[in-house]
Design a protein around this ligand. Structure first.
Ligand code: PLP
Length: 466
């Protein structure tokens, strides 16, 4: 590359000049100033490195720079909020459960300053971090003890490592599942140093299969909720109570990975075979694990609960230091658990979304359709907004068979293929994540937060009109 000429460099305006231009015309009002400044700096640096500058006047050059800045801002890296219009409630790629207002408040407040994370306010001495959330969890689950780790995968690993290390565990072949994101139960068991004693067949495992497999090295009976798939037809496995009494009779620990961790009855939503950790513990499971950011609706975390002697052993495992959670997670989780205890679960967004009735979904979609039609009313472009029936999904690897009836808002624009429109929505600010069905872009408002609705409408209009 040749050295850029001095004349070329002289024509490039300064960062301040460009910022002043943006300020005067009110460009990028919704983006924070530091981000705009960075984008300007990068755009000007790219111009300086370029070999030629378009032969335009200063005003046209500023307009070119504005376009370059807009593109940079739209594709800027970093973690940012998006509007989830997919209707997948616990969308793992979009951060699973949105937090309750009480949880975001608690997180912000705790994060802003110092806290008693590991400080005992009664004695003024060093305290324990792993006790936070314990009493709430014990209350809600009817457990003797509980501890929080980074996620459910960590919880499973830690339990197996602590209680099964050096020995083996009996598990049904029907439960050797891959939960998603490469989390395979058999691989995790091997990594934790626990020998795998597979029993039964994919579709049928009987109590006698477990009995026959128990050997001198056996330490655990493991049961896993096969969250993301279902066996229909000729299938059976022993009940929790049967396995509990077998484990008890043979002096083994009975561990159940319940996975999604519903704390409330969701059978009206068709989630009737979601195991409750509380019920499992009541039926004789010694120790359970589940996620904090699936059906519980809190921040990413893994919860371990059960008999005190076992949970305390888990707590003392040196690996706990690596799998522990941050103060922000405790703050968000505690605030979420409090909503359960205060019977205010309608304030937990994931639960409210799952419980939205088909009639409410229809009313909301209809209102939104009319709003969009009003916005596009006078336009020359052929924009067609209609309602179609569809289904929302639970997501997060939970209950793949459950379809939540919903009403979708379908958008078609003359001359725009659905893929093109979907991409434009994705490049909006905030990005709008939609799906394509039958060659149409469809929006499912179930997962759009009520306060996002106006922004969603504005961004759709901008994406189509620009
Ligand atoms: C989702 C799930 C996990 C993993 O949970 P994360 O919190 O994502 O680590 C483990 N076991 C079961 C049964 C699950 O459903």
């Amino acid at each position: 590359m040749t050295e850029p000429s001095k004349a070329h460099l002289r024509r490039i305006p300064s960062v301040e000049r460009v910022l002043k231009f943006f300020q005067e015309k009110g460009a990028f009002p919704e983006v924070d100033r530091a981000a705009v400044r960075d984008a300007v700096r990068e755009s000007l640096a790219a111009l300086r490195e370029g070999e030629t500058l378009p032969e335009t006047d200063a005003a046209a050059l500023l307009a070119d720079i504005e376009r370059a800045v807009a593109e940079r801002l739209a594709s800027r890296p970093g973690l940012r909020p998006v509007i989830n219009a997919t209707g997948v409630v616990l969308h793992t790629n979009l951060g699973r459960a949105p937090l309750a207002a009480a949880a975001t408040r608690a997180t912000a407040e705790l994060g802003r300053g110092y806290s008693n994370l590991e400080f005992d306010l009664a004695t003024g001495r060093r305290g324990k971090r792993d006790i936070h959330c314990e009493s709430l969890l014990c209350d809600l689950l009817g457990a003797e003890a509980a501890v929080v780790v980074n996620n459910c995968a960590a919880a499973v690993f830690l339990i197996l490592d602590t209680l099964g290390g050096g020995g083996d565990a009996v598990i049904s072949r029907g439960e050797l599942v891959e939960v998603g994101g490469g989390f395979r139960i058999p691989d995790v068991m091997r990594k934790s140093g626990v020998g795998l004693r597979e029993v039964g067949t994919t579709n049928r495992t009987r109590l006698a299969d477990y009995e026959a497999a128990i050997g001198p090295e056996t330490k655990l009976i493991v049961r896993v909720h096969p969250s993301n798939f279902r066996l229909l037809g000729f299938a059976e496995r022993p009940t929790v109570a049967e396995l509990a009494s077998l484990a008890n009779a043979r002096g083994l620990v009975f561990f159940e990975d319940v996975g999604s961790g519903a704390l409330e009855d969701l059978s009206a939503q068709g989630l009737n075979d979601e195991p409750f950790a509380a019920r499992s513990l009541a039926e004789g499971v010694d120790i359970v694990s589940f996620s904090g950011d699936k059906l519980l609706g809190g921040p990413q975390s893994g919860i371990i609960a059960g008999r005190k002697e076992l949970v305390d052993r888990v707590r003392r495992n040196p690996l706990m230091r690596m799998l522990r959670v941050d103060k922000l997670v405790y703050a968000g989780l505690e605030a979420t658990l409090r909503l359960y205890r205060n019977r205010a679960t309608s304030e937990i967004p994931a639960l409210a979304m799952l419980r939205q009735s088909p009639a409410d979904a229809r009313t909301r979609a209809d209102r939104f359709m009319k709003k969009l039609r009003r916005m596009f009313g006078g336009e020359a472009v052929g924009v067609d907004v209609t309602l179609v029936r569809g289904d929302s999904l639970v997501g997060g690897g939970s209950a793949p068979h459950v379809k939540l009836p919903t009403t979708l808002v379908a958008i078609q624009v003359d001359g725009f293929p659905a893929e093109f429109l979907e991409e434009r929505f994705r490049r909006a600010d905030p990005p709008v994540i939609a799906r394509i069905e039958d060659d149409r872009v469809v929006l499912d408002l179930r997962t759009v937060l009520p306060e996002q609705e106006d922004t969603l409408a504005t961004e759709i209009q901008r994406s189509i009109s620009r």
